[in-house]
Design a protein around this ligand. Structure first.
Ligand code: RIB
Ligand code: NA
Length: 306
């Protein structure tokens, strides 16, 4: 199987501020640096998948402004094929605070134009979704659009991945439509009520997600690596940082895009999970989100090195 990937999601411009700590309310704080770059979880995942060597189509909505131009240039450079509509609402943005010492982040996202993605927009891309090998979506765009895409993909026998980010309380109909659900720790907690702090609690949350109907739960656990929970048992892999950690923003997107690309290229889920971890492990050694996604050659070299 070497079909294409269809990703439904959001593009925004990332405005990344590095500082020693976030500002307190009412305080003005001098930061260390600022970077404007392409972001949005869905778009980042599409860039990761395309750079990992996969034919990738991205379904979304943009405004008609300089951020939209940034989106189109980003996809062109990465080899992502856009399936988008454009309207008068401005393309969105994300405020990203990055701790200059630890590389960890906190984000506020305003999806802007992409908040107006409708089930009808998704319906219009039916051919792209139903002929895909893998369909991926997240929760930054409206839930009814995500649900429409998952239903359409599932109905056509396409492998479905839901990255349930940002954390949300999901209607019960979602998880039975997902072959894989890929939360990080807080997202797994939001979905299950189980406080995820270690591998045992991650496995408990994974099993709760299976009980809610997911085919498999693939939990991303930061420094603790990743845990694949399936009915037949669980598999844990370590994180694979490729060097000193510079910026963890978008690591989850690198993981999801890499995982989807690996599945679409016929890898089994465990090989795909290692491929995903190598993709994420490279991304965290670089600044930015979409800008930090590695090439296929870099991923292959990282996998060969260990
Ligand atoms: O996952 C990282 C992404 O989340 C950033 O690019 C930001 O835009 C938010 O969507
Ligand atoms: Na990065």
């Amino acid at each position: 199987m070497t079909g294409h990937i269809a990703i439904l999601g959001v593009f925004v411009a990332d405005c990344a501020f590095r500082a020693d700590r976030p500002p307190h309310m009412g305080e003005t704080l001098l930061g260390k640096s600022f970077q404007l770059g392409p972001g949005g979880k869905g778009s980042n995942q599409a860039v990761a998948a395309a750079r990992a060597g996969c034919d990738t189509r991205f379904i979304s909505r943009l405004g008609r402004d300089t951020f939209a131009d940034l989106a189109l240039a980003t996809w062109r450079d990465a080899g992502v094929t856009p399936a988008i509509t454009q309207g008068e609402t401005a393309t969105g943005a994300a405020y990203i605070f990055i701790n200059d010492t630890t590389g960890q982040n906190a984000i506020i996202i305003v999806p802007g134009a992409a908040a107006e993605i409708t089930p009808e927009d998704v319906e219009r891309q039916r051919d792209i979704i139903t002929s895909a090998s893998v369909f991926v979506t997240q929760l930054e765009q409206p839930l009814d659009a995500a649900l429409c895409g998952l239903r359409m993909a599932r109905g056509a026998g396409v492998t479905t991945i839901l990255n349930p980010a940002p954390a949300a309380d999901l209607p019960a109909e979602f998880l039975p439509l997902c072959d894989y659900v890929t939360p990080n720790e807080p997202e797994a907690t939001a979905l299950t009520g189980i406080e995820v702090t270690d591998l045992a609690s991650a496995e408990a949350a994974g099993n709760a997600l299976l009980d809610k109907g997911a085919g498999a739960a693939l939990l991303t656990l930061g420094e603790m690596g990743a845990l694949l929970v399936r009915p037949e048992g669980s598999i844990h892999i370590a994180a694979r940082p490729a060097g000193p950690v510079i910026d963890t923003t978008g690591a989850g997107d690198a993981f999801n895009g890499g995982f989807a690309a690996a599945l679409a290229q016929g890898m089994d889920p465990i090989a795909a999970m290692n491929f995903a971890a190598a993709t994420a492990g490279l991304s965290i050694t670089r600044h930015g989100t979409a800008a930090s996604m590695p090439s296929r050659a870099e991923i292959d070299a990282a996998l060969a090195a260990t």
